[in-house]
Design a protein around this ligand. Structure first.
Ligand code: NAG
Ligand code: NAG
Ligand code: NAG
Ligand code: NAG
Ligand code: NAG
Ligand code: NAG
Ligand code: NAG
Ligand code: NAG
Ligand code: NAG
Ligand code: NAG
Ligand code: NAG
Ligand code: NAG
Length: 793
C-alpha cells in the first residue's frame, strides 16, 4: 500500500508543480547551470531542496542536491565526488542523454545516461527527488532510484539497490562501506574490499528469500517489506513528526547507518540530531565490535584499533598502535603502517633485545592470530613473542597466549575484550635502517646470490645450497683438481684451499646472507668462468650424515629451471658451497625495478618456475619441498631463463612421504596458511607461494604493499580476487599495453593464481597440474572463493 501511495506521489508531484514552478523547480531542454562562485542552483517549489553546484574547495564543484533552508545545507545526493568540476563547468539538459556535466573544455565528467525519448524538462521536487520528465509528465529518470549515501522520506530502495558511503566527512569520493538490498532479499552492510558473499556482511537483516523493498516513509520510519508490502524488519523505527523536522538516513563514511532529524525552524541552532531508537538505530549498534570478518581490514583499516566515541552519535574513532603511524594522514580510517623495521628473522642475530612490549588493556585483533598456547604465564607469552620475528602483538588472557602477525585487522578497544595486548615495538630503529641499506647495496651487485631468511629448525638443510652453474661443467679444471667425485651424485668435493684460491683469498664479497658470506670466484683457466662461493658460518648443523644425505639428494636434481649442485667443501670446520654466476640478477629486481619487463617474458618466467617446481616435487629421485619460493630466490641467466635457487630452506621428503611437520620457515608474505596452524606441511606450500609469485608477475607489484594509495590494493591478492570476481581483470594490468592486449592470458593466469592460493591445501592444484594449466594443456576451472586471504602475511 505504501508503495502505491509513493507511486501516486511521484506522478502527482510534478503535476502539481507544473503550474508555476518554471522559475524555481524547472529546467527545460537546452538550459544549464554553471559552476561559479554564485553556487548556481535550482530550487524546489517550497525552496527546501536545491539542485546544482556546491563549491568544495578552490575551483572544485560538486553537482549535488541539498537541504537549502538550513544552515548546514546538508548534501543528500551527488554525482562527481571522484571527479570534481572546475570553475565554469556546466550541467545541461540535453534531449537524448538528459543531464550532461562537462568542464569548461568540454570534457564530460558525468551524465545521467538517459535511455528514453521524449524528455521535456527536469524538476527539483519538494521531496528532494530530482526528476527528468516528458512533456506529459512521465518520470523518465530520477535521483531517488540512484541514491548515493543518503535516503529521504518517501524514497524507497528496490532489489539490488546500493547505497555507498563517501570517503570521509568532506570528501564525496566513494568510500569503503556499502548498504545493499541484495537480489536474494537480504539487506546487508559490508565493507569493501571483500568478495561479495553473504557471510562477509557486518550487519544483515537475515531476510533472504523475503526482503523486497526498503521504505523510508513519511512518518520517518525506515523498514523492509516483502513482495506483498508486509513489514519484515524495522531498520530505524521511531515515528518522527515530519511537519516539524527534516529527516535523512545515511550510510556514513564510518560504516554506520544512522537516521537524523533537524528542526525545520529556520533559525534553530540545534542542527542535526541522531534518532535513537530502542530497536536498532544506529546500525550496527557498535561497528567496532561487529566487524569480525576473515577478509578485509575491519572498521579502521590495518594495524589500528577502533573505539566507540562518547559524543551524541557515538562516532567510532580509529587509532594507530604505538609504534605505528597513519597511512593517510587525512583519513584516520585508512589504517596504519609500522614505523620501524620489522624484526630480523635471521637466527644468528635474533634482535630480541631490540624490542619492547607495550601493554594495552581491552584491545584485540581477533582475526590476526597465528598461534595459540595454553596454560602459560604472561612472562612466557612475552618471551615467546619477543623471540618470534613473525609476532607483532601477543595477547594474554586466562593463561592463554596468542601470537598475532601483521597486518593486524579488525582491531577494537572495548571492555568486552578483556585480557592484555602486548604490542612489540623496536626500541631504536636507526640501527635496523642501516642494515636495510646494506642489504640493498648487496642486491645491486650483478652476481646475485640471494640471502635466505632462515628460521629456526632448518639449519641443517641450509647447507645443501651447493649449486654450480651447469654450463660450466665442461670447464677446464686446471687449477681446481678434483679431490674426489661422488659417484652416486655426480657432485664434486673441493678442498678448502682450492676454493680459497678460486676466490683469491675470499677477496671480493658479493653479499652476505643469514648463513654466511658469498664471494666471487673464477673456476678454471678462463677469466670469464665466474662462480660464487658461499662460505657458511660455523658448523651448527645436525649430523654429518644428514648433511651428506641432503647434499647428495640435491645433487641429483637436474633440470634447466633449477640451479644444479656440482660440488661442495666439507672439511673440518669449513662448509663451502659454489653457486653459478647469474648475469641478469634476481627476479625481484627484474620485476620491481624501474623498467617493467615485457608481458611475454613474465609469462615465460612463470612457466619456467612452474616447471622447475614441478620437477622438484614430482620428478626428481627424492621429492623436495623448496619452502621459500619468492622473487628473490628466482635468478635469471643471460638469456633470462628463470632458475630456482637457494634451497636453504628446502625440506626433503622420504620416498613414500608426502607430508611432514616442521617449524615455520619461509618468508613473510609468501607463507601458506598451514605454516601457522600446526598442520602437516606438504608440497602445497610451494604451490601457495607460487600463486603469490604469479600474482606479482601479473601485476609487477609486491603482494603486500602498504604504500599502495588505494586501500583496496594493499593486499594484492584480495584486490586481484575482487577484480576477477567483478570482471575487471583489465584493471590489474591497466598501464601495461602488452598485457592488456593479451587479456585472455591475463585472466587465465589470474585464475591459476587463485587456485594456487586456496586456503585449503587440498584444493590447490599440484605443480604438475599448474604447469599444464599455464601451458594451456588443460582447461582452468573457475576458482572457488578463497576464504582467508590475508592470513598468510
Ligand atoms: C517545465 O517546462 C516544460 C516545458 O516548458 C513544461 O511542459 C512543464 O510543465 C514544466 N514543468 C514544471 C514542473 O514547471
Ligand atoms: C558556496 O558554498 C560554499 C560551501 O557550501 C560556501 O562556503 C560559500 O560561501 C558559498 N558561496 C556563495 C556565493 O554562496
Ligand atoms: C535502453 O532501454 C532499452 C529498453 O528498456 C534496452 O533494451 C536497452 O538495452 C537500453 N540501452 C541501454 C544503453 O541501456
Ligand atoms: C578524496 O579522497 C580520495 C581518496 O583518497 C582522493 O583521491 C581525492 O583526491 C580526495 N578528494 C578530495 C577533494 O580531497
Ligand atoms: C510508516 O510506517 C510505519 C510502520 O510501518 C507505519 O506505522 C506508519 O503508519 C507509516 N506512515 C505512513 C505515513 O505511511
Ligand atoms: C529567529 O531568531 C529571531 C532572532 O534571533 C527571533 O526573534 C525569532 O523568534 C526566531 N524565530 C524562530 C522561528 O524561532
Ligand atoms: C623510527 O625512525 C623514524 C625515522 O628516523 C622516525 O620518524 C620514527 O618516529 C621512529 N619510530 C619509532 C617507533 O621510534
Ligand atoms: C640507536 O642506534 C644508534 C645507531 O646505531 C646509536 O648511535 C644509538 O646510541 C642507539 N640508541 C639507543 C638508545 O640504543
Ligand atoms: C650500483 O651501485 C652503484 C654505486 O652505488 C651505482 O653507481 C650503480 O648505478 C648501481 N647499479 C644498479 C644496477 O643499480
Ligand atoms: C641480461 O644480461 C645481459 C648480459 O649481462 C645483458 O646484456 C642484458 O641487457 C640483460 N638483460 C636484461 C633484461 O637485464
Ligand atoms: C615409508 O616406507 C617405510 C618402509 O617401506 C616405512 O617403514 C615407513 O613407515 C613409510 N613411511 C610412511 C610415512 O608411509
Ligand atoms: C572491481 O573491483 C575492483 C577492486 O575492488 C575495483 O577497483 C573496481 O572498480 C571494480 N569494478 C567494477 C566494475 O565494479
Amino acid at each position: 500500500m505504501a508503495s502505491a501511495i509513493l507511486g501516486i506521489l511521484l506522478v502527482l508531484v510534478p503535476l502539481l508543480l507544473s503550474a508555476e514552478a518554471q522559475a524555481r523547480g524547472n529546467l527545460t531542454l537546452g538550459n544549464s547551470l554553471t559552476a561559479n562562485d554564485q553556487n548556481s542552483s535550482l530550487l524546489s517549489l517550497s525552496g527546501e531542496f536545491a539542485f546544482g553546484f556546491r563549491k568544495m574547495g578552490q575551483g572544485a564543484h560538486l553537482l549535488a542536491i541539498w537541504f537549502e533552508m538550513i544552515e548546514e545545507k546538508t548534501i543528500v545526493w551527488s554525482v562527481n565526488g571522484d571527479d570534481l568540476a572546475p570553475e565554469g563547468s556546466k550541467v545541461q539538459l540535453t534531449a537524448n542523454r538528459g543531464l550532461v556535466l562537462t568542464d569548461p573544455r568540454g570534457r564530460e565528467l558525468w551524465s545521467s545516461n538517459l535511455n528514453a525519448t521524449g524528455l521535456a524538462y527536469a524538476a527539483m521536487l519538494d521531496t528532494g527527488n530530482f526528476i527528468l520528465a516528458s512533456a506529459s509528465h512521465v518520470n523518465l529518470w530520477d535521483s531517488f532510484s540512484r541514491p548515493t549515501d543518503t535516503i529521504l522520506p518517501t524514497q524507497q530502495l528496490d532489489l539490488d539497490a546500493v547505497v555507498r558511503a563517501r570517503y570521509s566527512e568532506m570528501n564525496y569520493s566513494n568510500g569503503r562501506f556499502i548498504f545493499r538490498l541484495q537480489t536474494d532479499g537480504n539487506l546487508v552492510l559490508y565493507a569493501t574490499p571483500t568478495p561479495l558473499v553473504v557471510s562477509d556482511a557486518y550487519w544483515a537483516t537475515g531476510t533472504r528469500g523475503n526482503g523486497f523493498r526498503l521504505i523510508f516513509n513519511q512518518s520517518g520510519q525506515v523498514y523492509l517489506t516483502d513482495r506483498n508490502g508486509k513489514l519484515l524488519n524495522k531498520v530505524t523505527s521511531d515515528e518522527v513528526p515530519t511537519s516539524v523536522f527534516y529527516q535523512r538516513a545515511i550510510l556514513e563514511y564510518d560504516g554506520v547507518f544512522r537516521q537524523y532529524i533537524h528542526p525545520k525552524m529556520a533559525n534553530s541552532s540545534s542542527g542535526w540530531a541522531m534518532v535513537w531508537s530502542m530497536v536498532s538505530s544506529p546500525v550496527p549498534s557498535n561497528i567496532c565490535t561487529s566487524m569480525n570478518r576473515d577478509t578485509g581490514t575491519g572498521a579502521c583499516g590495518f594495524n589500528s584499533y577502533c573505539t566507540r566515541g562518547d559524543d551524541q552519535i557515538q562516532r567510532p574513532r580509529c587509532h594507530c598502535l604505538p609504534g605505528y603511524t597513519l597511512l593517510d594522514s587525512t583519513n584516520e580510517m585508512n589504517g596504519c603502517r609500522q614505523d620501524f623495521a620489522p624484526q630480523s628473522c635471521d637466527e644468528s642475530k635474533p634482535e630480541t633485545d631490540q624490542f619492547v612490549l607495550r601493554e594495552m588493556l581491552n584491545t584485540g585483533w581477533p582475526m590476526s592470530n597465528y598461534e595459540r598456547s595454553e596454560s602459560q604465564t604472561e612472562h612466557w607469552c612475552r618471551q615467546a613473542c619477543l623471540a618470534d620475528c613473525f609476532c607483532a602483538v601477543a595477547f594474554f588472557k586466562d593463561r592463554k597466549c596468542w601470537k598475532k602477525r601483521t597486518p593486524l585487522s579488525n582491531g577494537r578497544m572495548d571492555p568486552g575484550v578483556g585480557g592484555k595486548a602486548l604490542v612489540k615495538v623496536r626500541i631504536n630503529n636507526s640501527t635496523s635502517k642501516a642494515t636495510g641499506n646494506r642489504q640493498k647495496k648487496s642486491k645491486n651487485l650483478t652476481l646475485m646470490i640471494i640471502e635466505s631468511v632462515l628460521l629456526s629448525s632448518c639449519v641443517f638443510v641450509s647447507l645443501l645450497t651447493c649449486v654450480i652453474y651447469r654450463s660450466s661443467r665442461s670447464r677446464d679444471y686446471k687449477f681446481l683438481q678434483p679431490v674426489q667425485i661422488n659417484q652416486a651424485t655426480g657432485t664434486r668435493t673441493y678442498t678448502y684451499w682450492e676454493l680459497q684460491e678460486a676466490t683469491d683469498g675470499f677477496k671480493e664479497e658479493l653479499g652476505r646472507g643469514a648463513f654466511g658470506a658469498v664471494y666471487k670466484g673464477v673456476l678454471g683457466s678462463k677469466d670469464t668462468n665466474f662462480v660464487a662461493v658461499k662460505v657458511l658460518m660455523a658448523w651448527t648443523g645436525e649430523s654429518e650424515k644428514e648433511f651428506e644425505r641432503e647434499v647428495s639428494a640435491t645433487g641429483q636434481t637436474n633440470h634447466k629451471n633449477l640451479m644444479q649442485l656440482l660440488g661442495f667443501c666439507n672439511e673440518g670446520q669449513h662448509r663451502l658451497l659454489v653457486y653459478e654466476f647469474m648475469s641478469n640478477g634476481s627476479l625481484a629486481d627484474f620485476l620491481f625495478g624501474s623498467s617493467r619487463p615485457s608481458w611475454y617474458k613474465r609469462v615465460e618466467i612463470a612457466c619456467d618456475v612452474a616447471r622447475g617446481l614441478s620437477y622438484l616435487h614430482e620428478e626428481c629421485t627424492r621429492h623436495i619441498i623448496h619452502c621459500d619460493i619468492k622473487p628473490q630466490n628466482i635468478l635469471l641467466d643471460g638469456s633470462l631463463t628463470a632458475k630456482i635457487s637457494d634451497f636453504g630452506l628446502a625440506k626433503l621428503l622420504m620416498a613414500n612421504q608426502t607430508r611432514t611437520t616442521t617449524g615455520v620457515r619461509g618468508t613473510r608474505g609468501y607463507l601458506a596458511p598451514e605454516w601457522f596452524r600446526n598442520m602437516p606441511i606438504s608440497s602445497k606450500v610451494d604451490v601457495y607461494s607460487f600463486g603469490i609469485l604469479l600474482v606479482e608477475l601479473i601485476c609487477c607489484r609486491k603482494n603486500y604493499e602498504l604504500k599502495a594509495e588505494i586501500e583496496a590494493q594493499i593486499v594484492m591478492v584480495d584486490w586481484v580476487y575482487n577484480c576477477y570476481h567483478n570482471g575487471s581483470v583489465l584493471q590489474l594490468v591497466e598501464s601495461d599495453e602488452e598485457a592488456s592486449r593479451d587479456i585472455k592470458m591475463v585472466k587465465r593466469l589470474v585464475m591459476i593464481a587463485l587456485w594456487c592460493i586456496q586456503e585449503d591445501p587440498a584444493l590447490r592444484p599440484t605443480m604438475k597440474k599448474t604447469t599444464q594449466m599455464l601451458e594451456g594443456a588443460v582447461e582452468v576451472p573457475v576458482p572457488p572463493v578463497p576464504s582467508f586471504f590475508t592470513t598468510s602475511i
